[in-house]
Each structure stands twice: as C-alpha cells, then as structure tokens.
Design a protein around this ligand. Structure first.
Ligand code: FES
Length: 104
C-alpha cells in the first residue's frame, strides 16, 4: 500500500465528482466539506464513469448517470438497483492539508 498525493482540499469543489488517474487506475474523487472520498470510477452494473454522475451530499452517495444506481461514497456499496455489487473504495488521509489516497 502506498499513498498518492491528490492535491489540497481546496483543489476539489464541494459536492462535485472528478475523475483522477493514478497510474493505470481511474478513480472518482468527491469532496464533501472537509472529507474526501475515492472510489473506482467504474459503475459495477455496466462499465460507466461515476464521475459523470450527481453527488448527493446529504446521503454521501453518488448516482450513476447511466441507469441511476446509487453508491455509498463511504464504502462503495450499492444503495439501489440496478447495481448489486460494490465498487472499490480507497482510504484517504489528510497530511499537512494535502489529500492522499492509499492505493495497493
Ligand atoms: S451502468 Fe451504472 S447503473 Fe447501469
């Protein structure tokens, strides 16, 4: 496991999803207030970018723009159909005001 610097908290708009590439991984990064969440940027229903979907900041979920499945940003678990499998979730830590994601 290693940490990869994604920038500062202010680099990310509150409630906006953004695609970030780390090596061969394609991730979706979402900031909600002072928390940052990182999932694989690929819906588990059919391959589709979650970064194109809307974030629900109240429930801490992201919606797949293709068929509307909701995923928890906290753990990648599917919260609604048609998705039934989770997407990979990555731990995030703050170090001196910078956002670091932990990747294998
Ligand atoms: S591709 Fe995401 S819900 Fe179908």
């Amino acid at each position: 496991m290693r940490s990869v610097d994604l920038g500062t908290l202010e680099d990310f708009e509150n409630g906006e999803a953004r695609q970030v590439r780390v090596d061969e991984r394609v991730l979706v990064v979402v900031r909600i207030e002072s928390d940052v969440y990182v999932l694989d940027d690929r819906c588990s229903h059919e391959e589709f970018s979650l970064a194109l979907g809307e974030v629900n900041v109240a429930t801490c979920e992201i919606e797949c723009a293709r068929h509307g499945a909701m995923f928890s940003l906290k753990d990648g678990e599917p919260m609604s159909f048609p998705a039934t499998r989770p997407v990979a979730h990555y731990d995030v830590r703050m170090v001196d005001g910078r956002v670091e994601v932990m990747v294998p």
